[in-house]
Design a protein around this ligand. Structure first.
Ligand code: ZN
Length: 156
């Protein structure tokens, strides 16, 4: 178990440094700005949809600052929704929120669906930090909601 904790720590540290998806998209369908006042984390996130068929997420870009948990969570989240429908992305978000409120008793088969983002499971034991991990997912939800409102008129 100690090894697994160390592995998770490493994944979080790596992502806090690598920041997958860092940088704002010029061409985008929705945007959201979120702040976590308890920690001072903030993020501006933009999303681009592929509307050729059922709308799917084609790209996510973000610019943020804050603690390593918030930044790692954004980076880990970035890798998940690409190519998924908005319903699937909402399900992933729900799963992540459920994990964050599980206080560390989250079933493995559910955690697997979150791929590397499941490394943040341990954060659930620290309620004060849960908002840091959820910041990016709130921004994603907001940006997708805006993208739907901004739907082009030529689509049925
Ligand atoms: Zn934070």
């Amino acid at each position: 178990m100690a090894d697994l904790e160390q592995l998770y720590q490493q994944v979080i540290m790596d992502h806090a440094r690598m920041k997958h998806g860092a940088g704002l998209l010029a061409d985008h369908d929705g945007e959201s700005f979120q702040v976590n006042p308890t920690c001072g984390d903030q993020v501006r996130l933009r999303v681009k949809l592929d509307r050729t068929c059922v709308p799917t997420v084609s790209d996510i870009g973000w610019e943020g600052q804050g603690c390593s948990i918030s930044q790692a969570s954004l980076s880990l989240m970035h890798d998940l929704p690409e190519g998924h429908t908005l319903t699937e992305v909402e399900e992933l978000g729900e799963l992540f929120r459920e994990m964050m409120h599980s206080r560390g008793t989250f079933p493995e088969e559910k955690a697997d669906r979150l791929e590397d983002a499941s490394a943040l499971m341990g954060v659930a034991r620290f309620p004060a930090r849960v908002k840091c991990a959820l910041l990016g997912w709130m921004a994603l939800r907001g940006a997708l909601a805006q993208a739907l409102v901004n739907e082009p008129e030529d689509t049925p």
